[in-house]
Design a protein around this ligand. Structure first.
Ligand code: PLP
Length: 462
């Protein structure tokens, strides 16, 4: 065996193209692109192997909170390495996991008192689905065989088969349909394009009525309702109308169906509150947290739930009511240590006030795109932004998919030292909640310039 992988002057680009299969990445195009190989970070910059700096405009895929190489988080992780990096939570405990559970419960909506750790966003939703399903089989008052979930159209909850089952993004999910369990889907309450015969207003009303109808009709079968509160991220940053989350919460309460709030993307400050459910004073029965939980340092997830759910799993060990689910790295000590340091920084640096200030800057800056001939809609909640580009603004005709317009825009931004990543032709901005206002302004300026440049160039060539 050779130790060639240690070679200091390794041909990293060749090895990347030869060996690394990148997620959500069309590999045949990727290998021709010489994408930056990131070797460092500092503050809100990423630094590549040639020393070039890029502003991290998508929080390293929606998870970074306070920047990179944050002294306080670095120190917390290093201190933890010096104690222990990992031991198991299966029948044992660990100090940072206990402290973080307390920190999360103290900050989460009322009633969420129990924390089940795992290691990614998908696993937190997977855990909630299995817990909710098992809950009905063991709950006081007699078992119920509830066998499906209600989910929202265009939802994204992760890439494991359970979370794909409750997902609704055709491009990602259709291939696996025979492997999935069946669900009840209610239309996403958004109204850029509405079905024949509807106005925007009547369509949104229909979405409110439809979720009422579906929960009423199916409540005896529904093990839970799963949704991304306030903003559906991967669907293209779809911002729900005010009151929708509360409406669903009220229905769940009325029909006694647990509400699973997937705050993997929206949690930890991105919408302007620590948790998005706070906008409508909603307490879900399950709260799924990942991405920002460690400040963007390490893979960690947490599913919070109530005493009511937890107690249905109690009983003598031989009764078989235990939740038989776990991952080897569940509640990893380094991740929890990073999470604790990140929570402390939220308060010390008044991160939520920064989010509000930066969100205002973004809406003011992007207002110049409101009349742009290729911008269909600008959607924003806090620091989550989606700018949908179209060939024809009036007819909302998309650009042909072969053009990869969104991709061209982000390549232009990369040339200008800014890293962003689109969802199709929706340009996504997701600055870290701790990003200083001047950097957020720069991110907006570069994005506006690139959108204008690329759409005009492409439109002229059609
Ligand atoms: C990213 C995301 C997930 C999946 O998280 P992973 O850590 O990538 O598994 C789940 N739900 C939502 C809303 C997300 O944005």
């Amino acid at each position: 065996m050779s130790l060639e992988f240690l070679n200091p002057s390794a041909p990293l680009r060749d090895w990347d193209n030869a060996h690394v299969w990148h997620p959500f990445t069309p590999m045949s195009a990727y290998v021709k692109e010489s994408a930056p190989i990131i070797t460092g970070g500092e503050g809100f910059d990423l630094i590549d192997s040639s020393g070039r700096r890029y502003l991290d405009g998508i929080s390293s895929l929606w998870c970074n909170v306070h920047g990179h190489r944050v002294p306080e988080i670095d120190e917390a992780v290093i201190q933890q390495v010096r104690s222990i990096s990992h031991s198991t939570l299966l029948g044992l405990s660990g100090e940072p996991s206990i402290r973080l559970a307390k920190g999360l419960v103290d900050r989460a909506p009322a009633g969420l008192t129990r924390v089940f750790y795992s290691d990614s966003g998908a696993t937190t939703v997977e855990v909630a689905l299995k817990m909710a399903y098992q809950y009905h089989r063991q709950k006081p008052g007699g078992p119920e065989d509830r066998d499906t979930f209600l989910c929202v159209g265009n939802a994204y909850h992760g890439d494991t088969l359970g979370t794909v089952s409750v997902g609704g993004i055709d491009l990602f999910h259709r291939c696996y349909r025979h492997l999935l369990f069946s669900t009840v889907t209610t239309p996403s309450p958004v109204a850029l394009r509405v079905p024949e015969g509807h106005t925007r207003q009547s369509w949104l009303q229909h979405c409110f009525d439809e979720v009422s109808r579906l929960i009423q009709t199916n409540h005896t079968r529904l093990a839970g309702v799963v949704m991304e509160p306030i903003v559906q991220g991967a669907a293209g940053i779809l911002v729900h109308p005010v009151g929708y989350l509360k409406h669903v919460r009220d229905l769940c309460t009325h029909y006694d169906v647990p509400l699973i709030a997937d705050e993997v993307a929206v949690g930890f400050g991105r919408t302007g509150r620590l948790f998005a459910c706070e906008h409508e004073e909603v307490a879900p029965d399950f709260l799924c947290l990942a991405k920002g939980i460690t400040g963007g340092y390490l893979p960690l997830g947490a599913t919070l739930t109530t005493d009511k759910i937890f107690e249905a799993f109690l009983g003598d060990p031989w009764e078989g009511r235990t939740f038989y689910h776990g991952h080897t790295y569940t509640g990893n000590a380094l991740g929890c240590a990073a999470g604790l340091a990140s929570l402390e920084l939220f308060e010390k640096k008044n991160i939520l006030a920064n989010v509000t200030a930066c969100a205002d800057i973004i809406s003011r800056k992007l207002a110049t795109l409101n009349v742009h001939p290729h911008v269909a809609e600008i959607r924003q909640k806090g620091l989550m932004v989606g700018i949908e580009l179209v060939q024809d603004r009036e007819l909302l005709t998309p650009f042909a998919s072969q053009i990869r317009l969104g991709h061209q825009v982000i390549l232009a931004a990369r040339e200008r030292g800014v890293i962003i990543r689109p969802l199709g032709d929706v340009i996504v901005l997701m600055p870290a909640p701790g990003m200083p206002p001047q950097l957020v302004e720069h991110l907006c300026d570069v994005t506006i310039e690139c959108i204008d440049l690329v759409t005009r160039k492409v439109a002229a060539s059609l």
